[in-house]
Every structure is written in C-alpha cells, then in structure tokens.
Design a protein around this ligand. Structure first.
Ligand SMILES: Nc1ncnc2c1ncn2[C@@H]1O[C@H](COP(=O)(O)OP(=O)(O)OP(=O)(O)O)[C@@H](O)[C@H]1O
Ligand SMILES: [Mg+2]
Length: 485
C-alpha cells in the first residue's frame, strides 16, 4: 500500500489582489508548498492538469469580474470536480450572510478580512487536521523549494545561512557559494532564487565542469546558424532562456579560461554575443556561482581569473560541512527518510537509538548527499545492522594513532579534533582506494562523494598508489570516463 510520505502539504490560494497573495505566501511558505493564482481560470486549469492540492484558500470576490460565474458558481464547480479538496473562503464581514451559503455548500471555513497571521495559521491547521493531513514538523519539513527539494535547517549556523540567503536574495548581486561536495550549495542557490523578486521566473543550473569549452560556450551563450558544422539553425543559450531569472553556474572553478573572460563581460554589463553572431545580446540574469575547489588556490595557480572572482563575489556564502553541524543529523535523517518514503512509495522505517548513534558519529565526507544515500539504502535494504557496520569503521577515531605532537602542550582541543578528523577521513579514503585498486571512479562511488571531491582529497592528503603496483588499463579507463562525464 502506498504510504503518504511527509511531503509538505500543497496549498493553493486564489485572490485577485497580489498584495494579499504575497502576505499569505509569506505566512505559509516556510511550512507548505504554496501555489498562487490571481484568476479563477488559471486555478481551474491547474486543478484540471496538476495533482489535487491539499487545501484551497479562495477570495469571495475572485469571480466578480468573470462573465460565467460568481464565487458560489466557482465553489460549486470545484466541489463537484474535487470533492475531497477542503476550501477556505476569504471574505469581508459585510459579506458574511452570503458566505454562510458557501459554508452550506461545503466550504470548510471562512476567514474574515483583514486577517492576521494567526487567523490563517489556525484555519489552515484545523482544516488540514480534519482532512487527515496534519502539517508535518516544520523543522523536518524545511522550506519547500521544488517538488523534490526542501531547505532543512535547525542549527544556529544554518539559520544564519538562511538569513544570509534572505538578505542577499533582496540585493540582486552575484553570489559565490563555497563548500565541500554535498553540503547543499545547489539547495542554497535555489533558496536565494525562491526568496528573490525573480522567484516566479526561471532558475537554471549549468555544470561548468561537465563539458568541453566550446560546448559549454554554446550552451551558455547560444549560437547562430552556421556558427559551426551541425549548427543548422540558431539556438539561444541558457543566459537568454533565463532572462529575468537566476542562473547557477555550478563548479565554476572548472570553467575554461576563454569562457571566464566572456562571463566577466556578462557580469559587467549583461551583454554577450552568440557563437558566430555579430550583434550583442543583452540580458538581465542573476548569477550565482558554486564551487567545491579552493578558489584562492586556483587564482594563485592562475587557473581562475582574479577579476572574475571579485565580480562573482558580490557575496560569499560558505556552506558548513555536515561534521560541523552534527546536531542537524537527526532532523536531516528524518527528512531524508520522509523524502525516500515518498519517492519509493513505501512505509517509513524507524531510526533506532543505535542507528542514530552511528549516524551522528560518522564523519560524512560526502556530507548531506552521503547521508541521504545512506538513509535511502537503509529504507530499501531494511537492514539496520548492515548500515551500522558500514558506518562504524569511519567513525572509530579511537583506533587512529595520535602522534606525540597531537598531545604536545601547545595543541588546542580544536587542533586535536581537526587532526583526528583528517586522519579518519584520509584513512577511509586510502582504504577505499586500496579496495578498488586505485580506481578513483569506483572509490568515489564507494565513498559516495563526487569524483572531483575525491581528487581534491587525494591531493589534500597527499595520497598515492603503492609504487610496486601499476594501475591497470581498465582502472585507468574508469578514471577517464569519470573525468569526461
Ligand atoms: N539544507 C538541506 N536540506 C535538505 N536537503 C538538503 C540540504 N542541503 C542539501 N540537501 C540535499 O543533499 C543533496 C546534495 O545537495 P546539493 O546538490 O545542493 O549539494 P552540492 O553542495 O551542490 O554538491 P556538489 O558539490 O556535489 O554539487 C541533495 O539531494 C539535496 O537535496
Ligand atoms: Mg551542486
């Protein structure tokens, strides 16, 4: 039987007044996924074409300008086509008499205008409870960003990240998001977009490391017919498609240098030309860039332009690794369990104290992505002990030898902990590389970190294959495939 996962309830609001919609949106958006409509026709279309929402808030005046039906007509129509959809009417006290008719026709509640946040909260909660869909724990739920993604935050550090995102969302300046692989850089970019004035426009992500320079250039900036063999007709690039929206340039540290110059120009005046094009195209796109490499080191090595760094760096957001916000692991685990339950349409599994202990002690080199994959694996395999065993070797920090230096009089606790974490991480990576015969792609899969993160860590910990063993052709092929993927 399909079990309803704890996805956020979807609430749609119909009101001709954008200020009211904005107010209701601000009240509900941190706990629910919210759809806003200013016209009955738009709402009707959405009800026909999309899954039925969990609740409808509808203004009494909405249908006044429409020729076919008044609010009662619309209510009757929706009740007939969606009998299980609870409806709350928004009305003025002068209309109360008429609105009573609406409740007789099945409206679940009436909220009188002008209303306060608490009026909406109470009515929504009551209605969802009666329809068997109590709002989920807001911490576990997070802020819904799209159908599959939410921003979960409960630690002080992540609440600060949320405030920084809100602040920078309003400023409309470029943002550079730094952080290890899997820390939620893309999620943070989505949050900034969602909280910005561009939220109703397009959000696009381009992975700058995923393709060769010329392909990436045509992807970003488009091309004119005949620009290269095979360019049979002109095509706009992501910057044009995303006009008035937000573009996320992922893995910006890997962007080829020729393109860095072109990007600099777009950041300076919003203009560029398509490949093979003579005229200049002007766009208004908010650029967010993300990377997990040490960008300052890349500048020092001259693989990344310093002037581009300063342009991108209108604001820098640093996503903390999961090991620095372990207090979030219980909530994130619950969140990922709900997400996986909804995805696989199965019953949730309990997270026992023993499993939670293993989850919270693990070092999570692959950060939230690794945690999410672990929870998914637990749900699919159903074998708690296997997961505990899998997590244990990495967290047995006691087994790592401590050098005399570690205990030296000047070593701070912070320094000691950092060294221990480093040794645990480097030992886990070395073990996995050994186990895969130094096939980096397989080791990255095994460790559940990105291929790039693995290369970075190999360099960071100065790991190298044993000298007496050659990496086989097959293993080398694994290496190359991953590099070009
Ligand atoms: N704050 C969060 N709340 C809920 N889920 C999150 C959060 N941060 C990240 N995730 C989930 O963790 C996974 C990794 O997140 P994301 O892709 O944003 O990381 P990233 O830093 O961009 O990784 P990479 O450097 O590998 O591209 C995704 O499935 C995402 O939905
Ligand atoms: Mg990413």
């Amino acid at each position: 039987m399909k079990t309803q996962g704890k996805r956020s309830p979807h609430i749609v609001v119909l009101d001709a007044d954008p200020a009211i919609l904005d107010y209701v949106h601000r009240i509900l958006a941190d706990r629910f996924s919210v759809g806003l409509f200013t016209e009955a026709a738009e709402l009707n279309r959405s009800l026909r074409e999309s899954p039925t929402p969990d609740l409808l808030l509808m203004d009494w005046h909405i249908a006044e300008n429409e020729t076919e039906e008044n609010a009662l007509g619309l209510l009757a129509k929706i009740r007939a086509s969606k009998p299980s959809l609870p409806i709350i009417m928004l009305a003025c006290s002068a209309e109360l008499k008429e609105v009573v008719v609406a409740t007789r026709m099945g409206a679940a509640d009436v909220i009188l205008k002008p209303f306060r946040k608490s009026d909406i909260d109470l009515a929504v909660q009551q209605c969802l409870k009666e329809s068997g869909k109590p709002p989920a724990d807001p911490d576990i739920q997070g802020i819904p960003l799209d159908e599959n993604t939410s921003f979960v935050r409960s630690s002080k550090r992540m609440r600060e990240i949320e405030s920084q995102c809100a602040l920078v969302a309003r400023a409309d300046i470029p943002v550079l998001i730094l952080g290890e692989s899997g820390t939620g850089k893309e999620v943070a970019a989505m949050l900034i977009h969602k909280m910005s004035a561009r939220s109703q426009r397009c959000f696009l992500k381009v992975n700058c490391a995923a393709m060769p320079a010329d392909l990436l250039e045509s992807e970003l900036f488009g091309y004119e017919q005949g620009a290269f063999t095979g360019a049979v007709k002109s095509k706009p690039g992501k910057f044009e498609i995303c006009n008035n929206g937000t573009i996320l340039l992922d893995e910006i540290g890997e962007m080829p240098s020729a393109l860095q110059a072109k990007l600099l120009q777009v950041l300076q005046d919003g203009s560029f030309s398509r490949l093979g094009g003579r005229s200049s195209v002007k766009v208004d796109v908010r650029v967010i860039a993300a990377t997990n490499i040490d960008i300052k080191a890349a500048i020092a090595q001259r693989t990344f332009r310093e002037d581009l760094y300063y342009r991108l760096n209108g604001f820098t957001l640093r996503m903390p690794p999961l090991r620095e916000r372990t207090e979030e692991i219980p909530i994130l685990s619950q969140h990922f369990m709900c997400k996986a339950v909804a995805q696989y349409e199965c019953d949730p599994l309990p997270i026992s104290p023993a499993l939670m202990q293993a989850l919270t002690s693990h070092l999570w080199p692959g950060n939230l992505r690794e945690l999410e994959n672990t929870i998914k694996r637990y749900l699919v395999l159903g074998d708690e002990q296997a997961i505990i065993d899998e997590l244990s070797p990495l967290q047995s920090t006691a087994s790592f030898a401590l050098s005399a230096e570690d205990f030296g009089g000047s070593a701070s606790l912070k320094h000691l902990v950092r060294n221990l974490k480093g040794s645990a991480e480097s030992a886990a990576i070395a073990r996995s590389l050994e186990g895969t015969g130094w096939n980096r792609k397989a080791a990255a899969n095994d460790l559940q970190i990105s291929y790039k993160a693995l290369l970075y860590k190999i360099k960071q910990y100065n790991l190298s294959p044993p000298q007496n063993r050659q990496v086989s052709m097959g293993q080398a092929a694994g290496f190359d495939q991953a590099q070009s993927a």
